[in-house]
Design a protein around this ligand. Structure first.
Ligand code: CP
Length: 311
């Protein structure tokens, strides 16, 4: 099995077997991250370019760290200091970067479909790091990996995702991956924050968080995406917190081994209280570490890694 040369536009480009291959490879790379010298020569001679047209801390930094851990060269394209500011087109920008020998692009953009647009101008591998509200496949892979690491399987896991589902590319990619791997998903949030056609997602929908978290193995909080909202979705953040904020009581209503997850960045006191975010239930920091390991696996496998230099 190989995903060499595969563009990761969303998780639905992968089969369940390929997802497990990524998880198994990430598990090996996580061991590398625990060594005193956290580096292997697996991608020596390859060049990765990150193109972030939207803000990011976790995704951008973890792709850069992942590429460096594999000994790839990394170049970070800065939109604000590039010749885009002088009117150069996106197409000419990519053709210019391609001429420098880029092997793989990581792109984040507010426009849904931008990774596919990029692919029109390059033969390099393209990985979507978030396109508008459409998809965030590498977040779904690291989320799935975090659950797989804790529970050993995703099959029959009960995952409750609470919050601003409407504006969440994470929820859209997570639900595809989780359902593909056999998990049961519940979306919970105000009616105004459910996507159009939510009944077609194959999930349970709830507007009562205390009911939605019963029997959950995973409770995932989502950030209130104020930058994508035009207002009128709820009255105040305090009121949102009162009805939908994840508290210790919610964690105690879930299964005894339940974990709390959040893709970050977190709004403490809005979608989750600090006591839960920093509790024994919380896998938030583990998710970040797993983001590096799973992105190492994705870079390695899509760039044709065949075992050489992996250890
Ligand atoms: N989860 C996530 O995408 O975080 P960043 O926006 O910081 O990359």
């Amino acid at each position: 099995m190989s995903i060499a040369g595969k563009d990761i536009f969303d998780v639905d480009v992968l089969t369940p077997e390929e997802v497990i291959l990524i998880f198994e490879t990430a598990k090996e790379f996580k061991e590398v991250l625990k060594r005193p010298i956290k580096k292997v020569p697996a991608l020596r001679g390859k060049t990765v370019c990150t193109l972030f047209f939207e803000p990011s801390t976790r995704t951008r930094m973890s792709f850069e760290v992942a590429a460096k851990r594999l000994n790839a060269d990394v170049v970070n394209f800065s939109t604000s200091t590039s010749s885009l500011k002088k009117g150069e087109s996106f197409k000419d920008t990519i053709k210019t970067l391609d001429a420098m020998g880029i092997d793989l692009y990581v792109i984040r953009h507010k426009e849904p479909g931008s990774p596919m647009m990029l692919k029109k101008y390059t033969d390099a591998v393209v990985i979507n790091a978030g396109d508008g509200v459409r998809a965030h496949p590498t977040q779904a892979i690291l989320d799935g990996y975090t659950m797989w690491e804790k529970f050993g399987t995703l099959k029959d896991l009960n995952v409750t995702i609470v919050g601003d589902i409407l504006h969440s590319r994470v929820a859209r990619s997570d639900v595809k991956l989780l359902k593909m791997m056999g998990a049961n998903v519940t979306f919970c949030g105000p009616k105004t924050m459910m996507p159009l056609g939510v009944e077609n997602y194959g999930v349970k929908v709830s507007h009562n968080v205390k009911e939605a978290v019963k029997n959950a193995d995973v409770i995932m909080g989502l950030r209130m995406q104020l930058e994508r909202q035009s207002g009128g979705f709820f009255s105040t953040l305090d009121e949102y917190n009162e009805f939908y904020g994840i508290t210790t009581e919610m964690m105690e209503l879930a299964n005894p081994t339940a974990i709390f997850m959040h893709p970050g960045p977190m709004n403490r006191g809005v979608e989750v209280i600090t006591k839960v975010a920093d509790s024994k239930f919380s896998k938030v920091e583990e998710q970040v570490t797993n983001g590096v390991a799973t992105r190492m696996a994705l870079l390695y496998l899509t760039l044709g890694g065949n075992g050489d230099g992996k250890n």
